[in-house]
Design a protein around this ligand. Structure first.
Ligand code: GLC
Length: 506
């Protein structure tokens, strides 16, 4: 029997890992159909290894009609033909490991696609108890806009916290539980190192279907998120993960407002990690950043787990655009990478990609655009395919002359990976240096931090031998006493750190 280490063991790989999110559809296309695929990812593994990340997280590549970019799964045990085959996945797992990295896959347990055989049966009136059907809707709203309920021609309503093409599963049905345990084993047997769990706090809904009224969806007492029954599922999943060798792990996408609610997911027999989105939601401000970091550290500390940090993802406006400049984006990266815990990067941030704000409406694919009647343009602007080479679209993302699934800007020539490789002042080189240095330092760093006194617009903190300074203001600030500059976000600062910059000091 394999003996697992407690998740407090500091040597566990995920406790300080840098994980790179691959949005599969937009990463690299190997077959010229305009959509990224698993073979495309495999061809770029040397790039990812040279970047210096520890693990990859792949967004869903399962069979799907892509009503929500693959977060609508029609078959949890197969690869969508657009993205490749199961043998491509096996080859990718093996090659990722051969390049010294781990591979996490996304699991979507809250809802299936409406094309899933179970929902097709439900439509025909068979086994509706695998989903959430009601005679009357309530006031719950879909996260994509509009009501969370859709009525079938026979009069019954079904729940979908997202698009109508994503019916919510009934987790009180033991068949649903068994099915997902089997799905976990299916991918663990194929060698994946763990899972990112989609909508992890949402599986159980209030069986009374009480109206939400004026409560916010993620508030304590919400009838939708963070209900106590969900924790039993993750205890079972943890036992499954622990029964495999190789320190497999799971990270939950957990949106909760209260830190106590959040911490429950991280109990030692539940999830290894949970995403905290607080940093991603905070404006460019030293006091805001500090308060976010303090809150997250305080929530996580008693659990024995570690914090996770994210600046960008496939769901939010890219942080370079949110913060308004490449300089600030670089500074934020140094700040994040110096914090205790693990960091999740999103593809393209290492190239300094901005959000694409002017995609033509006809090209938009995110269901949010249609469901809000165009009030929100949705998340396509951070999902534009990566520019790899050349000076015009599709920049090596797909075959020359092929149409990428989202149009690529005509001015991205200087941002391609090719243009930035070997350019010492490029964003890519900066990411490589920062990740290399973090790796070199990490064994000597405590899993905690100590704030030092700083001017109001700046933050200084120490982790053992490493000192990080971030200046969110516009005036230069005097750096704390140090022996040496290890890495700066804007060249080598002297005794002063300019506005919108960060530095690591020894
Ligand atoms: C998560 C995903 C998001 C998706 C939603 C529904 O929030 O990150 O992209 O739309 O779940 O599955």
């Amino acid at each position: 029997m394999h003996v697992t280490r407690s998740s407090n063991s500091p040597e566990l790989w995920w406790r300080d890992a840098v994980v790179y999110e691959v949005y599969v559809r937009s990463f690299a296309d190997s077959d010229g159909d305009g959509e990224g695929d698993l073979a495309g990812i495999r061809s770029k593994l040397p790039y990812l290894r040279d970047l210096g990340v520890d693990a990859l997280w792949l967004t869903p590549f399962y069979r799907s009609p892509l009503a929500d970019g693959g977060y609508d799964v029609a078959d949890y045990r197969d690869v969508d033909p657009r993205f490749g085959t199961l043998s491509d996945l096996d080859a990718l797992v093996a090659a990722t490991h051969a390049h010294g990295m781990r591979l996490l896959v996304d699991i979507v347990p809250n809802h299936t696609s409406d094309q899933h055989p179970w929902f097709q049966e439900a439509l025909a009136g068979i086994h509706r108890d695998r989903y959430l059907f009601r005679k009357e809707p309530n006031d719950w709203r879909s996260n994509f806009g509009g009501s969370a309920w859709t009525q079938l021609p026979d009069g019954e309503w079904y729940l979908h916290l997202y698009a109508p093409e994503q019916p919510d599963l009934n987790w009180r049905n033991p068949q649903v539980r068994e099915e997902f345990e089997d799905i976990l084993r299916f991918w663990l047997d194929r060698g994946v190192d763990g899972f990112r769990i989609d909508v992890a706090a949402g599986l159980f809904k209030d069986p009374e279907y009480g109206n939400i009224g004026t409560l916010r969806p993620h508030e304590d007492g919400s009838p939708i998120y963070g209900r106590p029954e969900v924790h039993g599922v993750y205890r079972d999943w943890r036992r499954i993960l622990d029964s495999y060798d190789g320190d497999r792990m799971a990270i939950g996408e957990v949106w909760t407002e209260s830190p106590a609610d959040f911490a429950r997911f991280l109990r030692p027999d539940e999830l290894h990690q949970a995403f905290t989105f607080a940093l991603q939601l905070a404006p460019w401000s030293a006091p805001e950043f500090r308060s976010v970091v303090d809150k997250v550290l305080a929530a996580v500390r008693p659990t024995g787990s570690v914090p996770t940090w994210v600046l960008s993802s496939h769901d939010v406006v890219r942080h370079r655009t949110r913060y308004g400049s490449a300089a600030r984006a670089h500074a934020a990266l140094l700040f994040m990478l110096a914090l205790p815990g693990s960091a999740y990067l999103y593809q393209g941030e290492e190239l300094g990609l901005p959000e694409v704000l002017d995609l033509p409406e006809a090209a938009l694919q995110d269901p949010i655009f249609a469901r809000t009647g165009g009030l929100s343009r949705g998340r396509d602007g951070c999902r534009v395919p990566l520019p790899w080479s050349g000076s015009a679209p599709p920049y090596g993302f797909t075959a020359p002359g092929a149409e990428p699934w989202l149009p690529m800007p005509s001015d991205w020539g200087p941002l391609t990976a090719e243009a930035q490789t070997d350019d010492p002042v490029s964003t890519l080189s900066f990411y490589q240096r920062a990740l290399r240095l973090r790796r070199a330092l990490r064994d000597g760093l405590p899993e905690s931090l100590e704030w030092l006194e700083s001017p109001a617009d700046a933050l200084f903190f120490r982790r053992g031998p490493l000192l990080c300074a971030l200046n969110c203001g516009s005036e230069p600030v005097r750096l704390p006493p140090h022996q040496r500059v290890l890495l700066g976000s804007t060249g080598q600062p002297g005794r002063e750190l300019p506005g919108g910059a960060a530095v690591w000091l020894a």
